[in-house]
Design a protein around this ligand. Structure first.
Ligand code: AMP
Length: 305
């Protein structure tokens, strides 16, 4: 089944305790596509400036990513500069340069207008709403956001909640959006505003899936070294939606499996800068990591003890 993603296609400059990278491929749609394309075909809509290294982005085309919805226009590309200190769970945004992104009006090519799955990756919620008006109702619409938009476009974000089936947020964003400190209550608040499913990610502490009265929790894979956490959330979303699109099954059991695929893809993304690791990881390595998740939480109950 097809997946359409609309989001940022950026040039990132990142500093972590382990190194520094300047103007590398980044953006929510880029990480999502690099991740989801291991499981399904992906169609991308976004905008880049005349300075964007299109040859590097085109590497994604070798892996069933259709870049037919990427517009290249005059001006400078969206740039994000961030730093992680020893707490790799929280990025400090040093600079957000919107560039061509500030005048972006997503145009969904006719051949992308009937997606089975739609991921509204992290961009201005007004643009996320504009995309919804241009597509035939997909099987599942999921969206993501971040503190930048919660602070600057809160009413539009709350409006968006009424139109999506699922939202992914990290724990601090969920608290900020809902003004609830308890994450179970934060998820309830979000579900009361529209989405049937809520995923709250807690970085190295794993991720929750809330759906009706069910809660599923997956740990994060305990890597020995996390190199650069940028893009973990979008790569998680890529693995999660990619797996749902591959299987076409929205049952509770399958959504739980999808959370594990998401967690596995997120864990690969953080092993290197940018999308480097996502470009080299193989399907057997992904399956092996999914299996390692099962081992991680498997235990035998002893009710006689
Ligand atoms: P995450 O998966 O949350 O680590 O997402 C990281 C990506 O989000 C980076 O590659 C950035 O280019 C991108 N990003 C940062 N700020 C924004 C923003 N305000 N809007 C859209 N994308 C952003």
């Amino acid at each position: 089944m097809s997946v359409l993603v609309v989001g940022s296609v950026a040039m990132d400059s990142v500093e972590t305790p382990f190194g520094k990278a300047d103007d590398v491929l980044g953006g929510s749609a880029t990480f999502f596509s690099a991740s989801a394309s291991h499981l399904t075909d992906v169609q991308v809509v976004g905008v880049v400036g005349s300075d964007y290294p299109m040859d590097k982005l085109r590497e994604l085309e070798k892996r069933n990513v259709d870049l037919g919805g990427i517009e290249q226009v005059d001006g400078s590309s969206f740039r994000w500069r961030g730093r992680y200190r020893h707490d790799l769970n929280s990025a400090e945004t040093l600079e957000t340069h919107l560039g061509v992104f500030s005048h972006f009006e997503p145009k969904i090519p006719a051949r992308f207008a009937k997606p089975d799955f739609l991921f509204l990756a992290n961009i201005d919620p007004r643009l996320q709403l504009a995309v919804l008006k241009q597509v035939e109702r997909p099987k599942l619409v999921a969206s993501d956001t971040m503190n930048f938009w919660i602070e600057s476009r809160r009413p539009e974000l709350v409006e968006l909640l009424g139109h999506v089936d699922l939202i992914t947020l990290n724990d601090s964003e969920a608290r900020q959006l809902t003004e609830q400190s308890n994450l179970v209550q934060a998820a309830r608040w979000i579900m009361a505003h529209g989405p049937k499913h809520v995923i709250i990610k807690k970085g190295e502490h794993g991720a929750f899936l809330f759906r009706d009265n069910n809660i599923f929790f997956a740990p994060a894979y305990p890597l020995e070294s996390v190199f650069d956490p940028t893009g973990a959330g979008d790569s998680f979303a890529g693995g999660f939606i990619g797996y749902l699109a591959r299987t076409g099954d929205l049952s509770e059991a399958n959504m739980r499996r999808a959370v594990i695929y998401g967690s596995a893809m997120g864990s690969f993304a953080v092993e290197k800068f940018s999308i480097e690791r996502l470009m080299t990881v193989t399907r057997p390595e992904i399956d092996e990591r999914v299996h390692a998740f099962k081992q991680l939480v498997a235990f035998e109950e002893d009710l006689d003890a």
